[in-house]
Write a protein that binds this ligand. Structure first.
Ligand SMILES: Nc1ncnc2c1ncn2[C@@H]1O[C@H](COP(=O)(O)OP(=O)(O)OP(=O)(O)O)[C@@H](O)[C@H]1O
Ligand SMILES: [Mg+2]
Length: 307
């Protein structure tokens, strides 16, 4: 049973963030309680879901430094069933702080494994490196998901990534599996794209998701509206490809065991998608009692995020 997934590739710009964001959102729209953890100091996932990075009180950084509990950093997004642990630039300092921590590869696991009981899927967006943040994400996860861009150099650097995966599996996290490879930014007009798809399928066999994400203007412009494309333009080709990928993903990882028993009831505050300012923290819901929570009422509170 896989449940926590690290979206990982040390190569930059291959679609990690776009994929984490859109798969997470699509899974939530399909009714799965989903949490996205932004583990990248660039904080693109955080801004891509419409959370203002300057107004975050508790972030992944505060979890790593022990300044807050993981549950205190969970923020409800404007998408029903979708939650995020945001990041901001503070996270740049985390690698340095982790370097001197005892059990430095296990910090996130110790802090966040309790969240497993709250969500059907937890997706972690990793930075483009194989540093301590990525290692912490892999140690926390049940599976690695590898986004690969359909380009000539797609497989370059993969041996290093797979070596890291093996080392983590052997020494730090025996249960870690390959949860899937997802091909992104495909330009079906070119022979190269088909060649890359064939090569990757040969290499990773049935670990590769059938749904290939096309290169799409809608996908690239969606973040500037603080929305994943599956919300920004759900009927576009890119969004449909992500919905298909999410269906595959949930089927691959479906299990009769995986009935979550959340301690926190979020469902009472379900709201319509957008405006994005209507976000609130899990912490405030817990303290208020979810029945009485009106989304947006806590906007002025310290933990509420706004756009
Ligand atoms: N299918 C697509 N079609 C068009 N543009 C895309 C597509 N997927 C991603 N992009 C764009 O490509 C850029 C890189 O994507 P993204 O940020 O998801 O990659 P990343 O692997 O997370 O990058 P980094 O390594 O910097 O974290 C972004 O500007 C994004 O909007
Ligand atoms: Mg990214």
């Amino acid at each position: 049973m896989n449940k926590i997934f690290a979206f990982c590739n040390q190569k930059g710009g291959v679609g990690k963030t776009t994929t984490t964001l859109n798969l997470g959102t699509a899974l939530a729209i399909m009714g799965h309680r989903s949490l996205i953890i932004d583990a990248d100091p660039q904080a693109n996932t955080t801004s891509g879901i419409g959370v203002d990075v300057t107004s975050i009180k508790n972030s992944i950084y505060n979890i790593i430094t022990g300044e807050c509990e993981a549950v205190q950093a969970v923020v409800k997004t404007s998408v029903d069933q979708l939650f995020i642990i945001p990041a901001n630039q503070d996270l740049i300092g985390a690698e340095v702080e982790l370097a001197s921590a005892i059990g430095r590869e296990f910090v996130l696991r110790e802090a966040c494994s309790g969240l497993k009981d709250e969500f059907d899927f937890i997706l972690i967006d990793c930075p483009p490196s194989l540093g301590l943040l990525t290692l912490n994400a892999l140690v926390l996860s049940d599976a690695i998901v590898i986004p690969l861009q359909c380009e000539y150099y797609a497989l370059e650097g993969l041996s290093q990534l797979m070596r890291t995966f093996q080392l983590v599996k052997e020494r730090l996290n025996r249960k870690l599996e390959i949860g899937g490879v997802i091909l992104t930014m495909a330009d079906f007009r070119t022979n190269l794209t088909q060649q890359v798809i064939d090569d990757v399928r040969k290499h990773f066999t049935n670990n590769v998701l059938q749904s290939v994400i096309p290169r799409s203007v809608k996908i690239s412009e969606a973040p500037s509206f603080g929305k994943p494309v599956v919300i920004y333009d759900p009927s576009s080709k890119g969004a449909q490809a992500y919905f298909n990928a999410a269906r595959e993903f949930s089927e691959r990882n479906a299990s009769s065991e995986r009935k979550v028993t959340p301690k926190t009831d979020f469902s009472k505050s379900a709201e319509e998608i957008s405006p994005v300012s209507k976000s609130e923290s899990l912490e405030s819901m817990q303290s208020t009692g979810s029945d009485s929570v009106k989304v947006g009422e806590e906007r002025g509170e310290e933990n509420a995020v706004s756009r």
